[in-house]
Design a binder for this molecule. Structure first.
Ligand code: 5GP
Length: 217
């Protein structure tokens, strides 16, 4: 079901940037997929990265995979909204699609780490809504990382040791959800998005709408 039925009164608004951060394996990919599935007004920001593709990952859909020299070009041309080094690879958000979407009243979902979120918070101000996803326990996190089986044991161990560092930034986020029940967690994130969309300052169209209601009185 679409989140913006066409028979509702349409009030112009600016899009928002919804950031989901968590340690790897806390379920944010599943949450992202669920959000995107039934929401025509939300699309995923596709990051550029110097990481090599994992099996099944698609160029231009999961990431724009590139060599470090090309990633540096994006930085030098100021074409990234933010960028950071995570697990030894570079990741960054191309600016152009984000700026276009926001101006068009479309919302964008970001799966980025705390470093990128800090940069976006400085640049994007009120456009940013940030959510941190906490795992229910350390053991659950390790289990999920192992079950993913896409990374070597060494990488899993590396990601576990990074989890505590990532989690230490939880208090920098607007919202924090605990992923002990995936369905509940998805429902909470959807509720956050729904409420944030109707915040007054995002809807410049309200001015004319209210005028039309009060004209003549
Ligand atoms: P993965 O290699 O598992 O796809 O991602 C590793 C980490 O990089 C995740 O925590 C993810 O949130 C983060 N990440 C992915 N894209 C970006 C990006 O464009 N900017 C930043 N700062 N982090 C990103």
């Amino acid at each position: 079901m679409s989140e913006t039925p066409s028979d509702r009164i349409q009030i112009d608004r600016r899009g928002l940037m919804l950031v989901l951060s968590s340690p790897s394996g806390a379920g944010k990919t599943t949450i992202s997929k669920a959000l995107l599935q039934d929401d025509d007004n939300l699309s995923m920001s596709v990051s550029a990265t110097t990481r090599k593709p994992r099996p099944g990952e698609v160029e231009g859909k999961d990431y724009f995979f590139m060599e470090p020299v090309d990633f540096n070009l994006l930085i030098n041309r100021d074409e990234l909204l933010e960028h950071a080094k995570v697990f030894g690879n570079y990741y960054g958000t191309p600016s152009a699609p984000v700026n276009e979407a926001l101006a068009d009243g479309k919302d964008i979902l970001f799966d980025i780490d705390w470093q990128g979120t800090q940069q976006l918070a400085q640049k994007a101000g009120d456009d940013l809504v940030s959510i941190f996803v906490l795992p229910p326990s350390t053991s659950a996190l390790e289990k999920r990382l192992k079950a993913r089986a896409q990374d070597s044991d060494e990488v899993v161990a590396q990601r576990m040791s990074k989890a505590a560092e990532e989690i230490s930034h939880w208090a920098e986020y607007d919202y924090v959800v605990v992923n002990d029940d995936m369905d509940q967690c998805i429902a909470e994130v959807k509720a956050i998005l729904k409420a944030e969309r109707v915040r007054r300052f995002r809807r410049p169209g309200l001015l004319n709408f209210v005028k039309s209601l009060t004209e003549g009185y």
